[in-house]
Design a protein around this ligand. Structure first.
Ligand code: ATP
Ligand code: MG
Length: 394
């Protein structure tokens, strides 16, 4: 018995008043985008307050389910059995078969919830409920009816065709990507930043990403890992343009001119400055980082203050700011980025890191020491920005 359609529910976006059509358009677009990678022919459309995916011919059912699970804005979806109207007796038979296949263990409570949208169907909704309930009870002695809190709500919708569904697959929640503008994610190869990108994309924000690498100190494999992470995030966030910035000369210059225990924090300030410049060039409305208070020396409250002050125009979103590492790890496992994040390729920050980096940098002192870079930094900055590689993922 083949399930050949999906019914899609969305909640949060349905309450957005005048914006509602925009949100629904974005969701339709996202569903179509996600299904583009799946084998099969899909027709995606909207009726009042719901979305539908109909299929034609053979299609990759598991692939379609996986793809839909990645679409922000979907709260849940149902695989649907679509039947031609061949009379009520045949409908009973098909629904019996559906229940037997869907709940092979039996032992459940259910309620039939029929809706007769096509009024010339000869059996009324209440009557469908009663007669179908009875037929199922006769067929499956281990099942029983519970009208208040059934384990299974069996929906039967009579339209031109008849739609039967009962299984509820949780969606990714959030808002459809594209409804919240675009932001620039500072994406390293670590555990945190892909999760941070996921969380902001979940609020409807499309992503660009920037990665700072330091060849030959960081390898091609480290870069490839970041591309792989961007690709994994793009399964949720839609296409991600990744800007790869060569950071070697800037790092070396800072190393040469500034106190070594301040290297990381000054480096982070340049990352933020470059990220903001590229973000503004690309129409991004915010920066995103994977920072979390106290996780490392460069993420103490004082360090965050010093890193933050160089960003002139854009807000910096730090969705993980109050998260424990363990919670971030769990999230990263659940979205599928963890296994890639823990591959052991070097990070551009760790190579240059001092044994005892400052944990309470003073903005004044850092600004003063940055003066040492005056002579050459502007040129290096421009070179890093204009010489960046841009790759599209997803
Ligand atoms: P992550 O797990 O995301 O690498 P982290 O715990 O290693 O984070 P840091 O190295 O202090 O933390 O970096 C903090 C944030 O700065 C990262 O979450 C990321 O947003 C950004 N960042 C760090 N290194 C890079 C890099 N090489 N390229 C782009 N962004 C970076
Ligand atoms: Mg890192």
């Amino acid at each position: 018995m083949k399930l050949t359609a999906f019914l899609i529910k969305y909640a949060e976006i349905a309450i957005k008043g005048k914006n509602r059509p925009l949100f629904e358009e974005a969701l339709l677009k996202e569903i179509r985008r996600a299904l583009k990678r799946v084998e099969g022919s899909f027709h995606v459309y909207r009726t009042q307050g719901r979305m539908h995916v109909d299929t034609e011919g053979d299609f990759d059912y598991n692939g379609a389910v996986e793809a839909l699970k990645h679409v922000f804005g979907i709260t849940s979806f149902h695989p649907v059995l679509v039947l031609e109207d061949e009379g009520f007796e045949q409908l009973k038979e098909s629904v019996r078969e559906y229940m037997a296949e869907t709940y092979p263990e039996g032992n459940i409570s259910f309620k039939v919830n029929a809706r007769r949208a096509r009024k010339n169907y000869p059996v009324e909704s209440m009557e469908i409920n009663a007669r179908m309930g009875e037929a199922l009870l006769n067929a499956f002695p281990s099942m029983h009816v519970d009208v208040k809190q059934p384990d299974v709500m069996l929906h039967i919708e009579v339209r031109e065709k008849i739609y039967v569904y009962s299984v509820d697959i949780p969606g990714a929640g959030g808002m459809p990507v594209g409804t919240g503008g675009k932001a620039m994610l500072l994406l390293s190869g670590g555990i945190d930043s892909p999760v941070a990108g996921y969380m902001i994309a979940k609020r409807g924000v499309a992503l660009n990403a920037v990665y700072f690498h330091a060849p030959p100190y960081t390898s091609e494999r480290a870069r490839q890992k970041v591309e792989d992470l961007a690709k994994l995030v793009s399964a949720y966030a839609g296409e991600v343009w990744l800007h790869v910035v060569n950071f070697t000369d800037i790092q070396k210059y800072i190393y040469e001119k500034c106190p070594h225990d301040e290297l990381t924090i000054i480096m982070r300030r340049y990352m933020m400055r470059i990220a903001e410049r590229i973000a503004l060039d690309c129409g991004c409305l915010a920066l995103i980082t994977g920072e979390s208070i106290g996780q490392v020396a460069s993420q103490t409250t004082q360090s965050l203050l010093v890193t933050n002050e160089v960003v002139e125009e854009l807000p910096v979103f730090r969705p993980l700011i109050g998260f424990d590492k363990q919670d971030i790890v769990e999230l990263s496992k659940s979205i599928g980025t963890y296994d890639t994040s823990i591959l052991p390729y070097e990070d551009c920050c760790t190579i240059w890191v001092a044994k005892h980096p400052v944990t309470k940098p003073s903005p004044k002192i850092i600004r003063k020491h940055e003066e040492h870079l005056k002579e050459g930094i502007d040129e290096l900055f421009e070179k890093a920005v204009s010489g960046r590689d841009v790759v599209k993922l997803g």
